[in-house]
Design a protein around this ligand. Structure first.
Ligand SMILES: [Zn+2]
Length: 229
């Protein structure tokens, strides 16, 4: 599908728990473009010991955010790879308006731009329910969900019988805070692309298949009426 050109990107936006990773892989494959997740890219550069990876290492080791310019260098480097001649799908960046502005400027310098932004919209309550229901086996780390994927016997692993536990990051108040931070940072980004007339909202509070179907419709017909958030 020839939606994108070189240095054009499709942005996939969605809060933690919105199912963005799954849908990003699906959409990138559909479009025949690389799935570019900025966090993965940074880790990859660090492991390979590239100049960009060494520059990012100090920040990552200290647990600090990697500066936007460095993230953009890594993304630009990825767009220079031979499999990105028909653009790329960006996942996980930008998350703030400042990042969105910097991304626009960088792509503009390269003669490209953001072709389309797709927001997978899931109500806050549903996001928290999805994220907070996750439990792991102490023995084999198999993951369960109290609602969507419960073990056969309560609090015991189906695979090895091990005890289930919840990571501190998956506790309800922690995930609620993570979702709130995402929304307060990123809803202005979504407004920005809405006002540029390139935003598409997809109802993410449905099955994976139903969401995929909507995504296919969006990329097949990229110029509908602007949708307000
Ligand atoms: Zn187990």
């Amino acid at each position: 599908m020839g939606l994108l050109q070189h240095d054009q990107v499709l942005l996939l936006l969605g809060a933690p728990g919105a199912g963005k990773g799954t849908q990003a892989r699906f959409l990138a494959e559909t479009l025949g473009v690389p799935h570019v997740a900025s966090g993965d890219l940074l880790r990859e550069h660090r492991e390979r010991g590239t100049a960009l990876g060494r520059a990012a290492q100090g920040y990552m080791d200290r647990g600090d955010l990697v500066p936007d310019d460095l993230v953009l260098d890594v993304i630009a480097d990825r767009l220079d790879q031979p499999d990105a001649t028909r653009g790329a799908l960006l996942d996980g960046f930008p998350r703030t308006v400042a990042q969105a502005q910097a991304l626009d400027a960088r792509l503009d310098q390269r003669g490209g731009g953001v072709r389309m932004a797709v927001y997978i919209d899931v109500p806050t309550e549903a996001l928290v329910d999805r994220l907070a229901g996750r439990w792991l086996c102490r023995g084999c780390q198999t993951s369960y969900h109290t609602e969507f994927n419960p073990p056969a016997v309560a609090n015991a692993c189906d695979v090895c019988g091990g005890e289930l536990y919840q990571r501190p990051d998956d506790k309800r108040e922690v995930v609620a805070n993570r979702v709130a931070v995402y929304l307060s940072d990123t809803l202005p980004v979504i407004d920005r692309y809405a006002s540029q007339g390139i935003l598409h909202c997809v109802d993410g509070n449905r099955s994976i298949d139903a969401v995929q179907e909507s995504l296919l419709e969006v990329v097949a017909d990229p110029e509908p009426e602007a949708i307000a958030v």
